[in-house]
Design a protein around this ligand. Structure first.
Ligand SMILES: NC(=O)c1ccc[n+]([C@@H]2O[C@H](COP(=O)([O-])OP(=O)(O)OC[C@H]3O[C@@H](n4cnc5c(N)ncnc54)[C@H](OP(=O)(O)O)[C@@H]3O)[C@@H](O)[C@H]2O)c1
Length: 260
Protein backbone atom coordinates (compact mmCIF):
# COMPACT_ATOMS: atom_id res chain seq x y z
CA UNK A 1 0.00 0.00 0.00
CA UNK A 2 1.35 3.43 -0.91
CA UNK A 3 0.82 5.60 2.18
CA UNK A 4 1.06 8.79 0.12
CA UNK A 5 3.94 10.21 2.16
CA UNK A 6 6.21 10.99 -0.81
CA UNK A 7 7.39 14.60 -0.66
CA UNK A 8 5.60 15.37 2.63
CA UNK A 9 7.61 17.44 5.13
CA UNK A 10 7.76 15.97 8.65
CA UNK A 11 9.27 17.36 11.85
CA UNK A 12 10.32 14.47 14.10
CA UNK A 13 11.36 15.41 17.66
CA UNK A 14 13.94 13.53 19.71
CA UNK A 15 15.17 11.75 16.60
CA UNK A 16 18.91 11.33 17.18
CA UNK A 17 18.16 7.86 18.58
CA UNK A 18 15.46 5.55 19.90
CA UNK A 19 11.80 5.80 18.94
CA UNK A 20 12.17 9.19 17.23
CA UNK A 21 15.01 7.89 15.08
CA UNK A 22 12.94 4.84 14.12
CA UNK A 23 10.01 7.07 13.13
CA UNK A 24 12.28 9.36 11.08
CA UNK A 25 13.72 6.33 9.27
CA UNK A 26 10.28 4.86 8.53
CA UNK A 27 8.92 8.17 7.16
CA UNK A 28 12.11 8.75 5.16
CA UNK A 29 11.80 5.29 3.61
CA UNK A 30 8.26 6.24 2.57
CA UNK A 31 9.67 9.24 0.68
CA UNK A 32 9.04 12.03 3.18
CA UNK A 33 11.46 14.93 3.73
CA UNK A 34 12.47 14.96 7.39
CA UNK A 35 13.51 17.57 9.93
CA UNK A 36 15.02 15.88 12.99
CA UNK A 37 15.65 17.55 16.34
CA UNK A 38 17.50 16.74 19.59
CA UNK A 39 19.72 18.72 21.96
CA UNK A 40 23.17 17.27 21.32
CA UNK A 41 24.44 18.50 17.96
CA UNK A 42 27.15 15.86 17.23
CA UNK A 43 24.72 12.96 17.82
CA UNK A 44 22.06 14.70 15.76
CA UNK A 45 24.37 15.33 12.76
CA UNK A 46 25.57 11.74 12.93
CA UNK A 47 21.96 10.48 13.01
CA UNK A 48 21.07 12.71 10.04
CA UNK A 49 23.95 11.34 7.99
CA UNK A 50 23.04 7.74 8.89
CA UNK A 51 19.44 8.39 7.83
CA UNK A 52 20.58 9.90 4.51
CA UNK A 53 22.80 6.89 3.79
CA UNK A 54 20.10 4.34 4.76
CA UNK A 55 17.14 6.00 3.01
CA UNK A 56 18.47 8.50 0.45
CA UNK A 57 15.98 11.04 1.82
CA UNK A 58 16.46 14.73 2.50
CA UNK A 59 17.24 15.07 6.24
CA UNK A 60 17.53 18.46 7.96
CA UNK A 61 18.96 18.36 11.51
CA UNK A 62 18.05 21.26 13.85
CA UNK A 63 19.58 21.15 17.33
CA UNK A 64 16.95 22.27 19.84
CA UNK A 65 15.78 21.74 23.43
CA UNK A 66 12.05 21.07 23.40
CA UNK A 67 11.70 22.55 26.91
CA UNK A 68 12.56 26.02 25.55
CA UNK A 69 9.84 28.09 23.92
CA UNK A 70 12.36 29.90 21.70
CA UNK A 71 13.75 26.59 20.43
CA UNK A 72 10.26 25.34 19.53
CA UNK A 73 9.59 28.53 17.55
CA UNK A 74 13.00 28.30 15.82
CA UNK A 75 12.40 24.69 14.73
CA UNK A 76 9.14 25.66 13.02
CA UNK A 77 10.57 28.84 11.44
CA UNK A 78 13.67 27.02 10.18
CA UNK A 79 11.57 24.19 8.75
CA UNK A 80 9.45 26.66 6.78
CA UNK A 81 12.57 28.52 5.60
CA UNK A 82 14.45 25.39 4.52
CA UNK A 83 11.74 22.90 3.52
CA UNK A 84 8.99 25.31 2.47
CA UNK A 85 6.08 23.62 4.27
CA UNK A 86 5.07 21.39 7.20
CA UNK A 87 2.71 18.43 6.68
CA UNK A 88 3.50 16.27 9.71
CA UNK A 89 4.50 17.06 13.30
CA UNK A 90 5.74 14.28 15.59
CA UNK A 91 6.21 15.41 19.20
CA UNK A 92 8.70 13.09 20.89
CA UNK A 93 11.64 13.59 23.25
CA UNK A 94 13.08 12.17 26.48
CA UNK A 95 11.14 12.05 29.74
CA UNK A 96 11.26 13.57 33.25
CA UNK A 97 12.99 11.62 36.04
CA UNK A 98 11.42 8.64 37.81
CA UNK A 99 10.54 8.75 41.51
CA UNK A 100 7.74 8.87 44.04
CA UNK A 101 5.28 11.70 43.41
CA UNK A 102 5.67 13.27 46.86
CA UNK A 103 9.44 13.52 46.39
CA UNK A 104 9.21 16.12 43.61
CA UNK A 105 9.23 19.86 44.41
CA UNK A 106 7.65 22.64 42.34
CA UNK A 107 10.80 23.05 40.23
CA UNK A 108 10.74 19.39 39.17
CA UNK A 109 7.03 19.64 38.36
CA UNK A 110 7.55 22.85 36.35
CA UNK A 111 10.32 21.15 34.33
CA UNK A 112 8.11 18.11 33.66
CA UNK A 113 5.27 20.35 32.47
CA UNK A 114 7.66 22.24 30.15
CA UNK A 115 9.08 19.01 28.72
CA UNK A 116 5.97 16.90 28.26
CA UNK A 117 3.04 19.30 27.97
CA UNK A 118 4.21 22.80 27.00
CA UNK A 119 6.43 21.31 24.28
CA UNK A 120 3.37 19.75 22.59
CA UNK A 121 1.29 22.91 23.06
CA UNK A 122 3.99 25.21 21.65
CA UNK A 123 4.80 23.04 18.65
CA UNK A 124 1.14 22.51 17.71
CA UNK A 125 0.34 26.20 18.15
CA UNK A 126 3.19 27.16 15.82
CA UNK A 127 2.50 24.49 13.20
CA UNK A 128 -1.31 24.49 12.87
CA UNK A 129 -1.56 27.94 11.18
CA UNK A 130 0.90 26.76 8.48
CA UNK A 131 -1.06 23.54 7.92
CA UNK A 132 -4.32 25.48 7.61
CA UNK A 133 -2.78 28.01 5.21
CA UNK A 134 -1.38 25.21 3.03
CA UNK A 135 -4.94 23.87 2.52
CA UNK A 136 -3.87 20.25 2.12
CA UNK A 137 -4.48 18.93 5.63
CA UNK A 138 -1.85 17.60 7.96
CA UNK A 139 -1.09 15.33 10.90
CA UNK A 140 0.05 15.87 14.47
CA UNK A 141 1.12 12.90 16.55
CA UNK A 142 2.41 12.77 20.12
CA UNK A 143 4.51 9.99 21.61
CA UNK A 144 3.69 9.36 25.28
CA UNK A 145 3.75 5.93 26.97
CA UNK A 146 1.46 3.13 28.06
CA UNK A 147 1.88 4.53 31.59
CA UNK A 148 -0.19 7.56 30.49
CA UNK A 149 -3.28 5.30 30.31
CA UNK A 150 -2.18 2.52 32.68
CA UNK A 151 -0.13 4.33 35.35
CA UNK A 152 3.01 2.77 36.84
CA UNK A 153 4.26 3.74 40.32
CA UNK A 154 7.37 5.88 40.01
CA UNK A 155 6.46 7.27 36.57
CA UNK A 156 4.13 9.95 38.01
CA UNK A 157 5.79 13.07 36.54
CA UNK A 158 5.17 11.66 33.08
CA UNK A 159 1.80 10.07 33.84
CA UNK A 160 0.34 13.36 35.12
CA UNK A 161 1.73 15.57 32.36
CA UNK A 162 0.96 13.11 29.54
CA UNK A 163 -2.61 12.94 30.80
CA UNK A 164 -2.68 16.63 29.88
CA UNK A 165 -1.20 15.86 26.45
CA UNK A 166 -3.95 13.32 25.71
CA UNK A 167 -6.66 15.80 26.74
CA UNK A 168 -5.02 18.57 24.74
CA UNK A 169 -4.69 16.36 21.64
CA UNK A 170 -8.33 15.23 21.82
CA UNK A 171 -9.57 18.81 22.08
CA UNK A 172 -7.26 20.06 19.33
CA UNK A 173 -8.47 17.22 17.09
CA UNK A 174 -12.02 18.59 17.39
CA UNK A 175 -10.91 22.11 16.54
CA UNK A 176 -8.78 21.30 13.46
CA UNK A 177 -10.77 18.41 11.97
CA UNK A 178 -12.52 20.77 9.54
CA UNK A 179 -9.08 21.55 8.06
CA UNK A 180 -8.41 17.83 7.43
CA UNK A 181 -5.76 17.75 10.16
CA UNK A 182 -5.72 14.71 12.46
CA UNK A 183 -4.24 14.70 15.97
CA UNK A 184 -3.40 11.45 17.73
CA UNK A 185 -1.33 10.11 20.60
CA UNK A 186 0.62 6.87 20.63
CA UNK A 187 1.21 5.12 23.96
CA UNK A 188 4.11 2.71 23.46
CA UNK A 189 4.70 -0.21 25.79
CA UNK A 190 8.27 -1.40 26.40
CA UNK A 191 10.37 -0.57 23.33
CA UNK A 192 13.98 -1.62 22.69
CA UNK A 193 16.05 1.58 23.15
CA UNK A 194 18.93 2.79 25.32
CA UNK A 195 16.30 4.45 27.55
CA UNK A 196 14.76 1.05 28.26
CA UNK A 197 18.20 -0.40 29.04
CA UNK A 198 18.46 2.30 31.75
CA UNK A 199 15.03 1.31 33.14
CA UNK A 200 16.19 -2.34 33.30
CA UNK A 201 19.22 -1.26 35.35
CA UNK A 202 17.39 1.37 37.46
CA UNK A 203 17.10 -0.65 40.70
CA UNK A 204 20.78 -1.69 40.60
CA UNK A 205 20.08 -5.40 40.02
CA UNK A 206 21.01 -7.51 36.98
CA UNK A 207 19.23 -5.88 33.97
CA UNK A 208 18.47 -9.36 32.57
CA UNK A 209 16.27 -10.10 35.58
CA UNK A 210 14.15 -6.96 35.06
CA UNK A 211 13.98 -7.62 31.30
CA UNK A 212 12.66 -11.16 31.86
CA UNK A 213 10.13 -9.87 34.41
CA UNK A 214 8.79 -7.21 32.04
CA UNK A 215 8.70 -9.58 29.06
CA UNK A 216 6.61 -12.00 31.12
CA UNK A 217 4.01 -9.21 31.64
CA UNK A 218 3.60 -8.68 27.88
CA UNK A 219 1.03 -10.98 26.24
CA UNK A 220 3.16 -11.10 23.06
CA UNK A 221 6.08 -12.04 25.29
CA UNK A 222 8.61 -9.70 23.70
CA UNK A 223 9.88 -6.14 23.99
CA UNK A 224 8.69 -4.06 21.02
CA UNK A 225 10.97 -2.59 18.36
CA UNK A 226 11.14 1.04 17.25
CA UNK A 227 9.71 -0.19 13.92
CA UNK A 228 6.61 -1.52 15.76
CA UNK A 229 5.92 2.06 16.86
CA UNK A 230 7.08 3.69 13.63
CA UNK A 231 4.77 1.57 11.44
CA UNK A 232 1.68 2.71 13.39
CA UNK A 233 2.91 6.31 13.29
CA UNK A 234 3.51 6.18 9.53
CA UNK A 235 -0.07 5.05 8.91
CA UNK A 236 -1.62 7.62 11.24
CA UNK A 237 0.30 10.60 9.83
CA UNK A 238 -0.30 9.58 6.23
CA UNK A 239 -3.32 10.62 4.14
CA UNK A 240 -4.44 6.96 4.46
CA UNK A 241 -4.78 7.34 8.24
CA UNK A 242 -6.43 10.76 8.23
CA UNK A 243 -9.91 9.56 9.33
CA UNK A 244 -8.48 8.40 12.68
CA UNK A 245 -8.26 11.41 14.97
CA UNK A 246 -8.40 12.26 18.67
CA UNK A 247 -7.28 8.75 19.58
CA UNK A 248 -4.78 7.53 22.18
CA UNK A 249 -3.51 4.24 20.79
CA UNK A 250 -1.44 1.64 22.65
CA UNK A 251 1.40 -0.03 20.73
CA UNK A 252 2.36 -2.47 23.43
CA UNK A 253 2.06 -6.16 22.52
CA UNK A 254 -1.17 -6.33 24.57
CA UNK A 255 0.26 -4.85 27.79
CA UNK A 256 -2.69 -2.46 28.32
CA UNK A 257 -5.31 -4.40 30.28
CA UNK A 258 -8.31 -2.06 30.05
CA UNK A 259 -11.40 -2.24 27.84
CA UNK A 260 -12.43 1.04 26.21
N1 LIG B 1 11.77 3.06 25.16
C1 LIG B 1 10.64 2.71 25.75
O1 LIG B 1 10.46 1.57 26.21
C2 LIG B 1 9.52 3.71 25.85
C3 LIG B 1 8.25 3.22 26.17
C4 LIG B 1 7.19 4.09 26.26
C5 LIG B 1 7.40 5.44 26.06
N2 LIG B 1 8.62 5.92 25.77
C6 LIG B 1 8.76 7.36 25.61
O2 LIG B 1 9.10 7.63 24.26
C7 LIG B 1 9.96 8.78 24.22
C8 LIG B 1 11.25 8.42 23.49
O3 LIG B 1 11.86 7.37 24.21
P1 LIG B 1 13.17 6.65 23.69
O4 LIG B 1 13.24 5.34 24.38
O5 LIG B 1 13.25 6.69 22.21
O6 LIG B 1 14.28 7.62 24.31
P2 LIG B 1 15.83 7.79 23.93
O7 LIG B 1 16.34 6.60 23.22
O8 LIG B 1 16.48 8.25 25.19
O9 LIG B 1 15.81 9.02 22.87
C9 LIG B 1 15.37 10.27 23.28
C10 LIG B 1 15.60 11.27 22.16
O10 LIG B 1 15.04 12.52 22.55
C11 LIG B 1 16.06 13.54 22.58
N3 LIG B 1 15.75 14.44 23.68
C12 LIG B 1 15.74 14.17 25.01
N4 LIG B 1 15.44 15.26 25.72
C13 LIG B 1 15.22 16.26 24.82
C14 LIG B 1 14.91 17.63 24.92
N5 LIG B 1 14.73 18.22 26.11
N6 LIG B 1 14.76 18.35 23.78
C15 LIG B 1 14.94 17.77 22.58
N7 LIG B 1 15.26 16.48 22.41
C16 LIG B 1 15.40 15.74 23.52
C17 LIG B 1 17.36 12.76 22.74
O11 LIG B 1 18.50 13.46 22.26
P3 LIG B 1 19.28 14.52 23.22
O12 LIG B 1 19.47 13.83 24.54
O13 LIG B 1 20.54 14.81 22.49
O14 LIG B 1 18.42 15.72 23.31
C18 LIG B 1 17.06 11.54 21.87
O15 LIG B 1 17.21 11.86 20.51
C19 LIG B 1 10.18 9.22 25.67
O16 LIG B 1 9.26 10.21 26.01
C20 LIG B 1 9.88 7.95 26.44
O17 LIG B 1 9.46 8.20 27.78
C21 LIG B 1 9.70 5.09 25.65
Amino acid sequence: MDLGLKGKVAIVGGASMGIGWGIARMLAREGARIVITARREPNLSEAAQKLRVETGAEIIPIAADCRRAADCARVVETTIARAGSIDILINNDGAPPLGDLVSFDDTAWAKAVEQNLMYVIRMARAVVPHMIAQKRGGAILNITAISAIQPIAGFGLSVATWGGVIGYAKTLSLEVAKHDINVNTICPGYIETTRLEKVFAADGSDPRVMRAKLEAEIPMNRIGSVDDVAAMVALLVSPRGRYTTGAAIAVDGGLFRGVR
